[in-house]
Design a protein around this ligand. Structure first.
Ligand code: AMP
Length: 324
């Protein structure tokens, strides 16, 4: 018997439709890894999602908040990539959200050194009228109450709502998080977060428990060990590209989410089969993100680079077996 895996149909064009809303932080970060240090680089979950997704779908309807210090050049760079900033509030007398982290030698764990909420502390996102009718919604990691307020503003429920979250919200806002989980279709978390949320050590049991909380699709990210996609009784495993050097993992999860939702919004196909491809696209985008500090590498890559990287992923898991 021959078993052939066909993972990917490459999609060469960008879809130009008002179809994707991205909500999340836009920030400045200070990052230290075993390979270097930067005191001031643009970051934020929504920034990474937008850089990744804009390779597949435009415009990206961004909802965020920044302070007076957010550079015009960074805004222009995003606009050039089809990111619509009408939903990004600029607060004239406050600084942008600032986050600082230091990675350990294994690059899978990090210490958060500083979280200065600044403008993010008062973030009450407003979805502009022109964003209404968007079919896809990506909620980056934010307080669950803020994520809920965005869903409630949508006059028509998007076809697919995906969200990210983190252990912090499980610790301090579990009731709101559970209320939100019922409202979404896709949840992305890492393995330790999946275990915390479900109280199960086995990721298969954890997935089953989390899907009972609401999301029909669950993605569990495992850093350098790839990602798992769960839906009903099905599971798909995507590898991470074995890279010689991971320079800076900041934003890799958000970049994964951007590639994933960007591919879905481009193809408008939310079947489990197409989500498998979306997970590979997300993994490919994340593999670029970690190659340089912050979103630097995401700003450099071309569509040809992305296609070549996706092909590498397909080759990585493509095999023929003869069962005797
Ligand atoms: P990740 O590496 O995927 O966890 O994403 C890192 C990005 O998330 C950084 O660019 C930070 O600016 C941003 N970030 C860190 N903490 C928070 C938070 N509490 N709320 C929103 N964004 C955050």
């Amino acid at each position: 018997m021959q078993v052939k895996q066909k993972l990917c149909r490459l999609q060469p064009k960008i879809t130009l439709l008002m179809s994707l809303i991205v909500v999340g932080s836009m920030a400045y970060d200070a990052i230290e890894t075993p390979f270097g240090k930067t005191d001031w680089i643009v970051g934020g979950a929504a920034t990474y999602v937008a850089y990744a997704a804009s390779n597949f779908v435009r415009p990206i309807n961004q909802v965020s908040i920044v302070g007076y210090d957010f550079a015009k050049e960074e805004m222009d760079e995003l606009k050039k990539r089809g990111v619509n900033l009408e939903g990004v509030e600029i607060v004239k007398d406050k600084k942008s959200f600032f986050w600082s982290g230091k990675y350990h030698m294994d690059m899978n764990t990090r210490d958060t050194l500083v979280t200065d909420l600044n403008v993010l502390g008062d973030f009450k996102p407003v979805v502009p009228d022109s964003y209404q009718g968007s079919e896809f919604l990506m909620l980056g990691n934010l307080a669950p109450a803020v994520q809920i307020s965005v869903i409630r503003q949508m006059k028509q429920r998007p076809r697919l709502i995906a969200m990210d979250t983190m252990n912090f919200w499980m610790d301090i806002a579990l009731p709101e998080l559970k209320e939100l989980l019922v409202m979404v279709d896709v949840l992305t978390v890492n393995d330790s977060e999946a275990r915390q949320l479900s109280g199960e050590h086995s990721l298969v049991k954890a997935a089953r428990a989390i899907m009972k909380m609401g999301p029909r699709f669950l993605i569990i990210k495992k850093g350098e060990h790839g990602a798992l996609l769960f839906h009903e009784d099905q599971v798909f495993v995507a590898p991470a590209l074995p890279l010689e050097e991971v320079f800076d993992p900041t934003g890799a999860g958000d970049t994964f989410a951007g590639g994933f939702i960007g591919h879905l919004a481009h193809t408008k196909d939310i079947s489990f089969e197409n989500m498998k491809t979306a997970v590979i696209v997300g993994s490919a985008m994340a593999s670029f993100c970690v190659e340089k500090f912050g979103p630097t590498r995401l700003k450099e890559i071309t569509r040809a680079d992305i296609d070549a990287r996706i092909r590498q992923f397909v080759d990585l898991v493509n095999f023929d077996i003869k069962l005797v």
